[in-house]
Every structure is written in C-alpha cells, then in structure tokens.
Design a protein around this ligand. Structure first.
Ligand code: ADP
Ligand code: MG
Length: 312
C-alpha cells in the first residue's frame, strides 16, 4: 500500500461532507468558505508515539484523542470547530493500526461535526499532527488575557481523573470511567461557545490546572487564590485516592481537557444553568500577580505549578 492508496482507503471519505468545504482532500490545497462576519481560529497539536501516548495504546484511542486535544483548544477560544488536517508519519502502513486509528478519528470528528480536508502522509518515526480550524464571530474569541481582579475562577467537569488513570494504567481493576477519561477525553465545545461574550478569559486544561491557570494569570497580569478543597472530583476519583495525594493529581496532572475560565461573579448562576456540564467555582482572581493554593484552613499549600515542559 503506497501513500496514495493509504489516503484513499482510510482518509479520503472518512468524515461527513460539509457545505463550507468547497474543495477537500485530493488537490494541492483545500478551499474552505468562512461565514460572513467570522474570523478563523487555528490550532495545531502533535502527538509523538512513546512520548504523548504509550506505543501500545489502542489505535482507536490515539485517533480519538489526537483530534479531541485540538478541538479542546478551539473550545477554549469559544470557536465553532469546522475543519481539520492530518499530518501522519508512520513507520509502516499497518492496516490494523490504520483502521483503528481512522475509526477513532472519525467518531470524534462525527461527534463534533468537523471535516477532514487535507493532510500529509510520510514514513518515519511515528507522530500525528492535527491542525484544527474553527470560526468565531469577529472580535468575540475568548482569550487568555482578559481576567480581572474579582472574577470567579471556574472549571467544567471534574479534575484529576486522567492523571489518576495514567498512574494506575497497569491496574486491571481501574474503573472504565477513569480509563475513558484519559483515553477518550471530551472537548467542551458547547461550553466554550456558550461562554463567548461572558467569560473574561479561558484556557483548556491539558497540562494541569495550576500550570494552565498560570498562563491566564501571566497573560492577564493578575493572580489567583484557589481553594484546594473546592476542586471538583468524580466519585471514582474520590474512592481511589487519599486526601493527601488529590491535589497533585487535580492541580498538576494533565489530560483532563476541561475548561478553566474567569467570569464576573454575577454571571455565574446564569452560566451554570446554560451549560450541559457542571461548572464549579474554585477561587478568585486577585490583584497580586501570584497563584496561591489554599487549604481548608486558609493556609497556602506549597505547590510546584508547572506541568510537563518540552526541552526543560
Ligand atoms: P502534495 O504532494 O501536493 O502536498 P500529497 O500528495 O501530500 O499532496 O497529498 C494528496 C492529497 O491528499 C492532498 O489533498 C492532501 O491534503 C491529502 N492528504 C495527504 N495525506 C493525508 C492524510 N493523512 N489525511 C487526509 N488527507 C491527506
Ligand atoms: Mg505531500
């Protein structure tokens, strides 16, 4: 199977057609129609085998997650996802791996309504690069830079599930729920769109709450006080962790793909009703440019906020 057979067999008709795709896979470039009054939001993520996922990860999950991670970035901007491209580097054209990968990719794409419109296929050390594109009404994208003192800091869903699952992957009794949270994350696309015009700042939590929130704080020139006890957790997470180890998973562990956002306090209740996922208040934005995590007694918990950094 050469490059072109591979594209034809697995990718050319993988995702449903969209009317805003004037020209998809098969030419030198795709032609995409942007709706009037909107701007393009573009994001890229690369997954390197053995680094971002174990080489023996189910190919379905690799396909799902590589697209989900990109869609999560669009969600954090409040963008509506529409299209994506796929640059795939493989050591061999293994039909079993390719069909699992393509199926996971397709299922995520169908759920989000996005179309695969192009890519590149090469032989080499395995890696997957997806570029996702979405649209947002001009000027309405949610940036990292708009948080203001007094804003409530909130997160969608629960934190720590994926990091806990990663640390217990070898455990055969690991609940399916936790495994799924790691392997098939749900990008919060609807929540992101609903937050447009309301949230002052947002980011998706891919590297851990503390590190990702720090990016908002830096971009906005503010700080935050976070209540460790307020961080939302699933029942499965609660039952499998000791209180002393929870903060590490919940604030430093990556791969949750929940949204962290800063919102004026008077908008919180209406927003809670509007979202289809739980929204939990976890702290406040402060004037002093520092991230402080407080325990139940109000004492500062010593904490190293940074997630994984390449080249560090
Ligand atoms: P070119 O050589 O002009 O860059 P290619 O021969 O690499 O084009 O690709 C042929 C067509 O197939 C292009 O439209 C490209 O976007 C698409 N394509 C290549 N690889 C993939 C892939 N993995 N998934 C989806 N589309 C792909
Ligand atoms: Mg090419």
């Amino acid at each position: 199977m050469d490059e072109f057979e591979l594209i034809g067999r697995y990718f050319k008709t993988l995702t449903p057609e969209r009317r805003d795709v004037r020209l998809g896979i098969g030419d030198d470039a795709a032609l995409l129609k942007l709706p009037d009054g909107h701007e393009l939001a573009v994001t890229t993520d690369t997954l390197v085998a053995g680094r971002h996922y174990p080489e023996d990860t189910a190919p379905y999950d690799v396909g799902w997650k590589s697209l989900a991670a990109n869609l999560s970035d669009l969600a954090a901007m409040g963008a509506e996802p529409r299209w994506f491209t796929l640059a795939l580097t493989l050591r061999f054209a293994d039909p079993e791996w390719l069909s699992g990968f393509a199926t996971g990719l397709r299922d995520m794409a169908v759920q989000a309504g996005v179309a695969l419109v192009g890519g590149d296929t090469t032989q080499g050390p395995p890696s997957i690069t997806i570029t996702a594109m979405g649209t947002v009404p001009v000027g309405e994208a949610i940036r990292r830079s708009g948080a203001k003192p007094g804003d409530v800091v909130c997160v969608t869903g629960t934190l720590g599930d994926a990091a806990l699952a990663l640390s217990r992957l070898e455990n055969k009794e690991l609940p399916q729920f936790l495994r799924r949270r790691l392997e098939r994350p749900t990008p919060r696309i609807k929540s992101g769109a609903a937050l447009r015009g309301v949230a002052h700042a947002a980011i998706d939590i891919s590297d851990g709450l503390a590190g990702d929130l720090s990016h908002i704080l830096e971009a906005s020139g503010v700080g935050a006080e976070i209540q460790a006890a307020a961080l939302p957790m699933s029942e499965e997470f609660r039952s499998l962790t000791e209180p002393s180890e929870r903060l590490q998973f919940q604030a430093a562990g990556g791969d949750d793909y929940e949204l962290c956002l800063c919102i004026p306090p008077d908008k919180l209740r209406a927003m809670r009703r509007k979202l289809d996922v739980p929204l939990t208040e976890i702290g406040r934005i402060t004037r002093e440019p520092e991230l402080r995590i407080l325990d139940a007694d109000g004492a500062v918990v010593p904490f190293e906020p940074f997630g994984y950094r390449h080249f560090s």
